[in-house]
Every structure is written in C-alpha cells, then in structure tokens.
Ligand binder design. Structure first.
Ligand SMILES: [Zn+2]
Ligand SMILES: [Zn+2]
Length: 246
C-alpha cells in the first residue's frame, strides 16, 4: 500500500503548505485539506482517479477542499465512464456538508457539473468495504472550539495485499487508540492536539512498526519529533509530497 502525504500542516495553511491530508494508492483520499485538488496535481496525481474521499471529522480544515475536488471532477470527468464517488464521513454532518459543497457548484444552473456520488455515513465502531479497501473505525477524542465533543473517526485501512495502517485524524490524548492500532506497521497520529510523548506512548503500547506525527505546528516540529523519539524511537514527521509504503 502506498500512502502519500498530500498535506501535513495544522489548521491554518501557508504558502506551499497544505493541511493534514493523505492519499492511499492514488485513489482514496483521507480529508480534503484546503485545496487537495491542486496539491494532488502538484505531486503527480489526478483527482479524476479518486474513488473515495473519507473525512475524519467536520472541522473546516478537514473538508474545505471538498467543493474544489467536486468542481474539478465535475468539470474534467467523463460522466458516463465514472462510477459513483464514495463520500465517507461521520454520520452527524456528512449529508449537510456534502449538500453545502454541491450547492456551491450551483448544480441547477450547471447540471453538467454534478458528480455521481454514494454517501457512506459512519458511526465510530463501523467496519465496511470501500472498493478494494477494508475500513475499520473507532472514536477519536476531539473537542470543538466551544468544548463540545466532536464526532471524529479513527480509520484503520487495509488493502487487498493485507497491508494496513491507522490514521487518527484529529484527536486529543486517547489511550484506547492503542488497542485499535495493535500491531499495525504504521500509525499516523495527530501531533498537534496530542502531546508528542502521549502519541509516542500510544505507538509503544500498540507495538506499531512506525509512528508518523501529522497536523503539528511547524514551529514545534523538531521538538515534537525528539520528544516522541525518547519514548518511541521509530518516529518521524509527516512531510507533504512524500510517499510511504507499508
Ligand atoms: Zn484539524
Ligand atoms: Zn479538528
């Protein structure tokens, strides 16, 4: 399985820096960043190849790229050849956010832009197949700005080869993730909301092969890496444009 880091930044992007966003085997995207359509092009991928978009939770930095992706696919895609695009995400807001993204396309005035889609609402704990992938989920521990618990999903992705990895999405410290990620070769863990030592502790308890911190503040990157390495030596920082193989 090939996992490309399309973006690794925390919630405010900057010139050349996209927000946390991952591409699996060139055709399944986890979160949409700020403008994943262009970032995918920059790294040599084509949004027309996307079969699914999985959203970890509905904070803006994880879905604002969706309208652009739908526009790109609607404008450039050959409708008759495309199967439906799977749009996967927390059940509480999936339908509303997809509708908002479609409303921005003004489909009644530009019906040629409509992208065939299939919504897959997810509740933490769900397992399902998604094309050639198998997906397991558990809950993250993520608070909204107003101290409300956000429905946020941790995804475990397994492909046909049996390769797998876990992506936490945004999460505050949440020890149960260690049980969910038991023995996976790669854990991609939030390095912003969770202190690096605690992400490393989860990696150690889970016995994962490798830990990648993502969504970390750029200014604290090196410090976070060394703090994590004190507890779990095989830790790196996710860097956009890089591809990992598991
Ligand atoms: Zn975020
Ligand atoms: Zn968030």
């Amino acid at each position: 399985m090939k996992i490309t880091v399309i973006g690794h930044s925390s919630c405010i992007p900057d010139v050349g820096k996209e927000m946390a966003c991952l591409l699996i085997n060139g055709k399944h995207l986890i979160d949409t960043g700020w403008c994943a359509a262009l970032k995918m092009r920059e790294f040599g991928f084509d949004p027309l190849e996307l079969e699914s978009i999985l959203i970890t939770h509905f904070h803006q930095d994880h879905y604002l790229g969706l309208p652009q992706l739908l526009f790109y696919i609607g404008l450039r895609g050959k409708k008759e050849e495309r199967g439906p695009l799977n749009l996967v995400g927390p059940a509480d807001h999936l339908e509303r956010i997809v509708k908002a993204a479609e409303d921005l396309q003004q489909i009644p005035r530009f019906p040629e832009l409509e992208v065939k889609k299939r919504l897959v609402p997810v509740v933490p704990g769900d397992s399902f197949d998604l094309g050639d992938l198998h997906i397991d989920t558990c809950a993250a521990n993520h608070m909204s700005g107003h101290k409300r618990q956000e429905q946020a999903i941790v995804y475990k992705v397994t492909d046909e080869s049996g390769a797998c990895f876990v992506c936490t999405g945004d999460t505050h410290p949440h020890p149960p993730i260690a049980e969910f990620a038991k023995g996976v070769p790669l854990l991609i863990h939030d390095g912003g909301h969770t202190p690096a030592e605690q992400a490393a502790e989860v990696a150690k308890q889970a016995g994962v092969g490798r830990l990648l911190l993502i969504h970390y503040p750029e200014s604290a990157a090196e410090q976070k890496r060394s703090e994590a390495r004190n507890i779990f030596p095989n830790t790196d920082l996710a860097k956009e444009g890089t591809t990992l193989e598991v």
